[in-house]
Design a protein around this ligand. Structure first.
Ligand SMILES: Nc1ncnc2c1ncn2[C@@H]1O[C@H](COP(=O)(O)OP(=O)(O)OP(=O)(O)O)[C@@H](O)[C@H]1O
Ligand SMILES: [Mg+2]
Length: 349
């Protein structure tokens, strides 16, 4: 029917430092169905220290993930993470809604370590009380957005939406657990190189922070302790048979898990210093590194609160063709699911 424009032809593209995940969600009658999914891995040096070092390899991985998935549209939602992303809770005096943008623009200068004309700014209103407004301010370097947008364009797609990993994570959580209303929940995506923390309450982000720490820290520790190459250490970490006994790997895993726990502790301390009296009730882990055997139990015993694994497809219908992939990768697809939910013109998180 030529008169009806088919809406929502956009897909989620999570360009992680270890793999690209392309995923499309179709909406019908208020529920979602996973209609396409494809992933392609990246060598460790293609994206390092939060920047794209080898653009042609990343372009190829984007093309490969999309072509494996069978996605036919070209518009996509991507996301940025890392240190050049500043997410801060700020307070401004109460002003009419149409003036908030201008006030944020002025205020932002005091809160971000970059020149104001070098960044894209966005904000979300979290609350309003006693003549002040609480906002979550998001600033990202324009150069970072362009860096990611250009590999996407180069691969032949249009980056219509540029989101933030941590917000996509929250978007996904809101879809799958909409009844979460009371306590603050810390969502933590531990990827290969970056840990994204997003504390949500009642469907809104109240704190977010990215830390350069992830699965690569484990792999590097194994490689160093056992004096083996990174690739072999990575395979050993995943439990593959590469001539390394699991018991030999465990001391490195334990040492890095202790470090990881300290990193999260620092983030929570920082959160506690910004939020009046908020207690985090539980933690939901996502990202490939959350699949490390025993990590959730270890963190739960350290912090004394429940630590669960994300279930990004809890309320998404899955074509049996994707059953195995979704079961194995599960929590690693959380950000991709959050991006797959985005539509041009929606409000985002
Ligand atoms: N079963 C598993 N056990 C332990 N670690 C795993 C497992 N599966 C994946 N990982 C690790 O998870 C990491 C990849 O996760 P993910 O795909 O979420 O990262 P990414 O999105 O590519 O990276 P980032 O978001 O940090 O840029 C790798 O370090 C990988 O070794
Ligand atoms: Mg990731």
């Amino acid at each position: 029917m030529a008169f009806f424009r088919k809406g929502a032809d956009i897909f989620g593209l999570d360009i992680g430092s270890s793999s690209v995940k392309a995923l499309q969600l179709r909406e019908a009658g208020g529920s979602y169905r996973l209609s396409a999914l494809g992933t392609a891995s990246l060598p460790p040096d293609a994206i390092a220290d939060g920047s794209i070092k080898d653009a042609p390899t990343v372009v190829e991985a984007i093309r490969s993930s999309v072509s494996k998935s069978g996605i036919k549209c070209t518009e996509t939602a991507i996301a940025i993470s890392g240190r050049e992303l500043i997410i801060k809770k700020v307070q401004i005096p109460e002003v009419p809604a149409k003036e908030v943008g201008d006030v944020v623009q002025l205020e932002a200068e005091h809160h971000i370590p970059f020149a104001i004309d070098e960044v894209f700014l966005d904000y979300h209103t979290v609350g309003q009380h006693g003549g002040v407004m609480d906002l979550i301010l998001v600033a990202v370097k324009k150069s970072k957005v362009l860096e990611y947008a250009s590999v996407v364009s180069e691969a032949g797609f249009t980056p219509s939406i540029v989101d933030v990993d941590g917000f996509a994570l929250a978007n996904q959580f809101e879809l799958n657990f909409p009844e979460e209303r009371g306590e603050a929940v810390a969502l933590i995506d531990i990827g290969a190189s970056t840990m994204k923390t997003n504390v949500v309450r009642g469907g809104a982000t109240i704190f977010a922070r990215d830390i350069p720490f992830g699965g690569n820290n484990y792999t590097q520790a194994i490689a160093q302790q056992l004096k083996i190459p990174f690739e072999q250490a990575e395979a050993a970490k995943l439990g593959r048979d590469v001539g390394v006994r699991w018991e030999a790997v465990v001391p490195a895993l334990e040492a890095v898990s202790r470090e990881l726990s300290l990193e999260v502790q620092r983030t929570f301390d920082y959160f506690a210093s910004t939020a009046e009296s908020e207690r985090i009730g539980r933690i939901v882990l996502a990202g490939g590194c959350s699949l490390l055997p025993g990590l959730n139990d270890y963190l739960a015993s350290n912090w004394g609160i429940p630590v669960e694994l994300a279930r990004p497809f809890a309320r998404v219908e899955i074509d049996p063709a994707y059953g195995d992939e979704v079961n194995t990768a599960g929590p690693a697809l959380a950000v991709a699911v959050g991006l797959g939910l985005r539509r041009v013109g929606d409000k985002g998180k």
